[in-house]
Design a binder for this molecule. Structure first.
Ligand SMILES: [Zn+2]
Length: 193
Protein backbone atom coordinates (compact mmCIF):
# COMPACT_ATOMS: atom_id res chain seq x y z
CA UNK A 1 0.00 0.00 0.00
CA UNK A 2 1.37 3.40 -0.93
CA UNK A 3 2.19 5.72 1.94
CA UNK A 4 -0.01 8.78 2.31
CA UNK A 5 2.26 11.74 2.99
CA UNK A 6 1.38 14.41 5.54
CA UNK A 7 3.04 17.76 6.23
CA UNK A 8 2.13 20.71 8.44
CA UNK A 9 1.64 24.06 6.68
CA UNK A 10 4.06 25.92 9.00
CA UNK A 11 6.45 25.29 11.87
CA UNK A 12 5.35 24.86 15.48
CA UNK A 13 7.28 28.07 16.27
CA UNK A 14 4.90 29.97 13.93
CA UNK A 15 1.86 29.08 16.06
CA UNK A 16 0.18 32.04 17.76
CA UNK A 17 -2.80 30.16 19.26
CA UNK A 18 -3.02 26.43 19.83
CA UNK A 19 -5.98 24.15 19.26
CA UNK A 20 -8.38 23.93 22.21
CA UNK A 21 -7.21 27.09 23.98
CA UNK A 22 -9.96 28.66 26.08
CA UNK A 23 -9.73 32.46 26.35
CA UNK A 24 -11.84 35.59 25.83
CA UNK A 25 -11.82 35.12 22.05
CA UNK A 26 -12.61 31.39 22.33
CA UNK A 27 -14.80 30.83 25.40
CA UNK A 28 -15.73 27.35 24.15
CA UNK A 29 -12.22 26.43 23.11
CA UNK A 30 -10.26 27.33 19.97
CA UNK A 31 -11.54 25.20 17.07
CA UNK A 32 -8.24 25.20 15.22
CA UNK A 33 -4.58 26.16 15.23
CA UNK A 34 -3.44 29.69 14.32
CA UNK A 35 -0.19 30.31 12.50
CA UNK A 36 0.57 34.03 12.53
CA UNK A 37 4.28 34.61 12.72
CA UNK A 38 7.55 33.41 11.27
CA UNK A 39 6.84 32.21 7.74
CA UNK A 40 3.07 32.49 8.24
CA UNK A 41 2.94 36.10 6.97
CA UNK A 42 0.34 37.83 4.80
CA UNK A 43 0.45 36.31 1.34
CA UNK A 44 2.52 33.30 2.36
CA UNK A 45 1.56 30.19 0.38
CA UNK A 46 -0.39 27.57 2.35
CA UNK A 47 0.49 23.96 1.63
CA UNK A 48 -2.17 21.25 1.88
CA UNK A 49 -1.47 18.82 4.75
CA UNK A 50 -1.93 15.86 2.39
CA UNK A 51 -3.14 15.07 -1.10
CA UNK A 52 -6.87 15.11 -1.72
CA UNK A 53 -9.71 17.01 -3.25
CA UNK A 54 -11.17 20.44 -2.43
CA UNK A 55 -14.60 19.81 -0.88
CA UNK A 56 -15.53 23.39 0.08
CA UNK A 57 -14.26 26.74 -1.20
CA UNK A 58 -16.36 29.67 -0.08
CA UNK A 59 -16.72 32.98 1.71
CA UNK A 60 -17.78 32.89 5.36
CA UNK A 61 -18.56 36.13 7.19
CA UNK A 62 -16.46 35.23 10.23
CA UNK A 63 -13.84 32.97 8.69
CA UNK A 64 -13.33 34.82 5.40
CA UNK A 65 -12.12 32.83 2.45
CA UNK A 66 -12.22 29.16 3.39
CA UNK A 67 -10.89 26.03 1.70
CA UNK A 68 -11.71 22.53 2.94
CA UNK A 69 -10.02 19.43 1.60
CA UNK A 70 -11.01 15.76 1.84
CA UNK A 71 -8.17 13.29 2.39
CA UNK A 72 -7.46 9.58 1.96
CA UNK A 73 -8.12 8.91 5.66
CA UNK A 74 -11.67 10.22 5.26
CA UNK A 75 -10.85 13.29 7.37
CA UNK A 76 -11.07 16.89 6.21
CA UNK A 77 -8.62 19.76 6.67
CA UNK A 78 -9.81 23.36 6.70
CA UNK A 79 -7.92 26.60 6.05
CA UNK A 80 -9.51 29.96 6.95
CA UNK A 81 -9.02 33.75 6.55
CA UNK A 82 -7.26 33.26 3.19
CA UNK A 83 -6.17 36.45 1.44
CA UNK A 84 -8.11 35.54 -1.72
CA UNK A 85 -10.48 32.72 -2.64
CA UNK A 86 -8.45 29.50 -2.64
CA UNK A 87 -8.63 26.54 -5.01
CA UNK A 88 -12.16 25.89 -6.30
CA UNK A 89 -14.32 22.95 -5.27
CA UNK A 90 -13.36 19.72 -7.01
CA UNK A 91 -9.70 20.69 -7.49
CA UNK A 92 -7.38 17.75 -7.05
CA UNK A 93 -4.29 18.43 -4.96
CA UNK A 94 -1.72 15.83 -5.95
CA UNK A 95 0.59 15.92 -2.94
CA UNK A 96 1.17 17.21 0.56
CA UNK A 97 2.55 20.74 0.51
CA UNK A 98 0.92 21.79 -2.77
CA UNK A 99 -0.47 25.32 -2.45
CA UNK A 100 -4.22 25.73 -1.86
CA UNK A 101 -4.26 29.47 -1.03
CA UNK A 102 -2.44 32.32 0.74
CA UNK A 103 -2.39 33.53 4.34
CA UNK A 104 -4.71 36.50 4.80
CA UNK A 105 -6.84 38.54 7.17
CA UNK A 106 -10.36 38.03 5.83
CA UNK A 107 -13.54 37.50 7.88
CA UNK A 108 -14.84 39.13 11.06
CA UNK A 109 -12.94 36.75 13.36
CA UNK A 110 -9.53 37.74 12.06
CA UNK A 111 -7.52 40.47 13.72
CA UNK A 112 -4.34 40.35 11.72
CA UNK A 113 -2.99 38.05 9.03
CA UNK A 114 -2.92 34.45 10.14
CA UNK A 115 -3.96 30.97 9.07
CA UNK A 116 -6.63 29.27 11.18
CA UNK A 117 -6.68 25.57 10.30
CA UNK A 118 -7.71 22.18 11.63
CA UNK A 119 -8.89 18.65 10.95
CA UNK A 120 -12.57 17.71 10.99
CA UNK A 121 -14.77 14.66 10.54
CA UNK A 122 -17.12 16.41 8.14
CA UNK A 123 -16.76 18.97 5.34
CA UNK A 124 -18.30 21.75 7.42
CA UNK A 125 -16.30 21.09 10.57
CA UNK A 126 -14.78 24.55 10.29
CA UNK A 127 -18.16 25.85 11.51
CA UNK A 128 -19.51 23.01 13.68
CA UNK A 129 -19.04 19.35 14.53
CA UNK A 130 -16.04 17.34 15.67
CA UNK A 131 -12.62 18.89 15.13
CA UNK A 132 -9.12 17.61 15.85
CA UNK A 133 -5.80 19.29 16.56
CA UNK A 134 -4.11 19.50 13.14
CA UNK A 135 -0.61 19.51 14.65
CA UNK A 136 -1.28 16.37 16.66
CA UNK A 137 -3.11 14.64 13.81
CA UNK A 138 -0.46 15.28 11.16
CA UNK A 139 2.34 14.23 13.52
CA UNK A 140 0.48 11.00 14.31
CA UNK A 141 0.17 10.24 10.59
CA UNK A 142 3.88 10.97 10.07
CA UNK A 143 4.84 8.73 13.01
CA UNK A 144 2.68 5.89 11.67
CA UNK A 145 4.33 6.22 8.24
CA UNK A 146 7.80 6.17 9.80
CA UNK A 147 6.96 3.07 11.79
CA UNK A 148 5.58 1.32 8.69
CA UNK A 149 8.74 2.21 6.74
CA UNK A 150 10.98 0.74 9.44
CA UNK A 151 9.23 -2.60 9.44
CA UNK A 152 10.95 -5.31 7.41
CA UNK A 153 9.02 -6.19 4.31
CA UNK A 154 6.29 -8.49 5.39
CA UNK A 155 6.39 -11.96 3.89
CA UNK A 156 3.51 -12.46 1.53
CA UNK A 157 0.60 -13.74 3.46
CA UNK A 158 -0.02 -17.30 2.45
CA UNK A 159 -3.56 -18.19 1.92
CA UNK A 160 -4.05 -21.52 3.65
CA UNK A 161 -5.50 -24.27 1.55
CA UNK A 162 -8.94 -25.04 2.61
CA UNK A 163 -8.95 -28.60 3.81
CA UNK A 164 -12.40 -29.86 3.80
CA UNK A 165 -13.08 -31.76 6.95
CA UNK A 166 -14.10 -35.28 6.20
CA UNK A 167 -17.63 -35.72 7.27
CA UNK A 168 -17.84 -38.06 10.24
CA UNK A 169 -18.98 -41.46 9.20
CA UNK A 170 -22.44 -41.83 10.48
CA UNK A 171 -23.17 -45.00 12.26
CA UNK A 172 -26.60 -45.99 11.09
CA UNK A 173 -28.98 -46.38 13.91
CA UNK A 174 -30.08 -49.92 14.36
CA UNK A 175 -33.75 -49.85 13.92
CA UNK A 176 -35.11 -52.73 15.84
CA UNK A 177 -38.09 -54.61 14.81
CA UNK A 178 -37.89 -53.41 11.34
CA UNK A 179 -37.92 -56.83 9.93
CA UNK A 180 -40.09 -56.63 6.97
CA UNK A 181 -43.20 -58.47 7.62
CA UNK A 182 -43.25 -61.39 5.36
CA UNK A 183 -46.21 -61.39 3.27
CA UNK A 184 -48.24 -64.37 4.08
CA UNK A 185 -47.95 -66.79 1.25
CA UNK A 186 -50.94 -66.46 -0.82
CA UNK A 187 -52.95 -69.50 -0.84
CA UNK A 188 -54.03 -70.54 -4.14
CA UNK A 189 -57.74 -69.98 -4.21
CA UNK A 190 -59.49 -73.21 -3.70
CA UNK A 191 -61.43 -73.97 -6.68
CA UNK A 192 -64.81 -75.10 -5.78
CA UNK A 193 -66.09 -77.77 -7.92
ZN1 LIG B 1 -8.05 30.52 15.09
Amino acid sequence: MATVEWVLPFADSDITCKHGVVDKLHPNGHRGTDYGRGKARAGAPIGAVSHGRVAVSEWHKNLGNVVVMRHATGKFSYYCHLQEPGLPVGSYVAKAGDVIGKVGNTGAYSFGSHLHCGISDGPRGFISGAVHDIVKYVKEQQAANKKAAEKPAAAPVEVPEVVEAAAPVEVPEVVEGAVAAKAAPKKAPTKKA
